[in-house]
Design a protein around this ligand. Sequence first.
Ligand SMILES: Nc1ncnc2c1ncn2[C@@H]1O[C@H](COP(=O)(O)OP(=O)(O)OP(=O)(O)O)[C@@H](O)[C@H]1O
Length: 259
Amino acid sequence: MTEVRARSLTVALDGREVLSGVDLDAPAGGWLAVIGPNGAGKSTLLRALAGLLPVEGRVLIDGEDAGALPPRRRARLVAYAPQTPALPPDMSVFDYALLGRTPYISYFGRESRHDREVTAGVLDRLDLTPLAARPLARLSGGERQRVVLARALAQQAPVLLLDEPTTALDLGHQQQVLELVDRLRRADGLTVIATLHDLNLAAQYADAMMLLSGGRAAASGAPAEVLTEHLISGHFGAEVKVEPGPDGSPQVHLVRGAR
Ligand SMILES: Nc1ncnc2c1ncn2[C@@H]1O[C@H](COP(=O)(O)OP(=O)(O)OP(=O)(O)O)[C@@H](O)[C@H]1O
């Protein structure tokens, strides 16, 4: 199992500081939800953890400085499913998911039977087998989102970074994707870090939460410590009621007529 930490993470995009001195602790085998209002820096934080942006400060993967890891080794440790990646329109679903195996294929080599089996297995678990030969341009938004997740899962890395993995999905597929990720977390000890706009889903699946606001970590802790009416109104500008749901996790309800 693999632990992820960030210390004093600062990121500037086009000369503007978007993340400022963020500390993050994702325990090995845990699920950390990153929440926060639009523009808070959630996607930037995930891209920084994935090694896709120049950063100040440090990202530590099992105590090792991630910035010093060779890219292939880092890709075997950390898989990232972006929110809206540019997809090659003519590539098939299978070939795109197979790209997740790239860190295991030698530079001039071809994928092995094992690589194809892993990819087929992931497609199957996400109901994508009937679409395996379909070009990416001819998928619905929710199908595309599951294909992006399939590529990340085919990578079989111990750390999984998910940027809004459920936004385009219907209720059944939201549950399927979150349950699949949770099962892999429990069975294989994956460490999951996910941004989620749906605070109630975040509270149900995550065991730790971080509220990002204006590029800074405004609160961290168990879901019940972060999802308070006070913090939500202060950082989201929303009037809400927070009550325990059927499974005991805090559930957030908008107050109608409040604004
Ligand atoms: N390439 C860029 N250059 C300059 N600013 C950028 C760039 N990309 C993003 N930003 C800004 O950085 C800030 C954080 O963006 P980010 O996408 O990380 O936010 P977010 O919390 O994921 O937002 P959302 O909930 O809307 O997806 C925003 O103010 C955004 O406008």
